[in-house]
Design a binder for this molecule. Structure first.
Ligand code: SF4
Length: 334
């Protein structure tokens, strides 16, 4: 494919220029801020080679003890609403919460944000239990090359994820996949990604870059180069003009964001929100979006928006705790 060849020939700028035009044409100038909300600190697989959870599973004996308090989850949703952030998805939770509990949390979040939420809860057979509170289902593929994926994620096969996403589509849900760059993929592996997007009629791809965790085989690996990451996103955007593309970057790589936006990102994610809000790091996100010539939906700095909301009843102490964290981190970073 032409775009893969261009990536291999380091013609990243050319790809980005084309991708940027397509993105503005198809999606306009808005850039969203996305927040994954975790339901629990438990994973019933726990063996993906890159994942922090693979270093923790032996420490958690009972998945129920890894559950977050529902009011803390809802408080986070209310704060996202106030700041104008999207909820990227509800994540984890399978094995810690029952399907009816996850549905109930999603319904309550829908009541708060007035937007249906995405789920990323692993391979679940219970999709038909969900309804209007759910926008779409995310399959955490991580790598699209099936041989490499099998080695890195031995317990979640692309076949099983694909089967779940096909059922999700039949039930009327949108479909997303997550891809992590830096796990040993090559530009030519993009053909597997493009086939997956095509075959499964994927609506949204969420790219992340490797975060090398201590205790995993990737702990001494470097994160993917910024222009490689941007080139992959641009090649994807050119191939799929209408696709929603979300890009994750870590706080030590905020300078990636401008190039990722020019490469075709619609939204940005993977921020330690309460550590960054209102600090120079939050301001940096806004600056990156500004200098990419885009409009940021939502705020990373406006405390008036964060502090003001309708009476939240029993959520108040949880909301206050998160706001206090933001205020503390702001003062530490001044
Ligand atoms: S990547 Fe997901 S499925 Fe794999 S170990 Fe981590 S939390 Fe579990």
């Amino acid at each position: 494919m032409q775009v893969i060849k261009k990536l291999e020939e380091f013609k990243t700028l050319e790809l980005m220029e084309k991708a940027n035009k397509i993105t503005i044409n198809e999606h306009g100038l808005d850039i969203t801020l996305e927040r994954a909300i975790f339901l629990s600190w438990w994973c019933d697989k726990g063996d993906c080679a890159f994942c922090y959870m693979s270093t923790q599973k032996q420490n958690i004996k009972d998945p129920k003890t890894a559950r977050r308090k529902v009011n803390a989850i809802l408080a986070e949703a209310e704060l996202c609403r106030r700041m104008g952030w999207n909820i990227e998805f509800l994540s984890g939770g399978y094995g810690s919460f029952s399907t009816s509990e996850i549905k109930s949390i999603a319904q309550q979040i829908y009541g708060i944000t007035k937007k249906p939420v995405w789920l990323n809860i692993g391979i679940t057979p219970d999709l038909e239990d969900y309804g209007e509170e759910i926008a779409g289902i995310t399959g955490a593929v991580e790598m699209a090359n099936p041989q490499k994926q099998k080695k890195v994620c031995p317990s979640k096969s692309i076949e099983d994820i694909s089967e779940m996403l096909n059922i999700a589509g039949d039930l009327g849900f949108k479909k997303a996949i997550t891809i992590i760059l830096g796990l040993g993929e090559t530009p030519s592996d993009l053909k597997y990604l493009f086939n997956l997007i095509n075959d499964l009629k994927i609506d949204r791809v969420i790219f992340y870059s490797l975060n090398p965790h201590a205790g995993t085989p990737f702990e001494n690996k470097s994160q993917p180069a910024s222009l490689y990451y941007a080139g992959v996103v641009a090649a994807t955007r050119i191939t799929f003009p209408k696709l929603e593309i979300i890009c994750g970057t870590w706080v030590d790589n905020l300078a990636n964001m401008g190039p990722l936006i020019l490469a075709g990102a619609n939204g940005l994610t993977k921020f330690p929100l309460f550590k960054m809000f209102g600090t120079r790091y939050g301001k940096r996100v806004e600056e990156e979006v500004h200098w990419a010539g885009r409009n940021l939906k939502g705020t990373f700095t406006d405390f008036d928006k964060l502090l003001n909301g309708p009476p939240a009843g029993e959520l108040e102490p949880y909301i206050k705790r998160y706001i206090d964290m933001c205020l503390k981190n702001k003062s530490l970073n001044e």
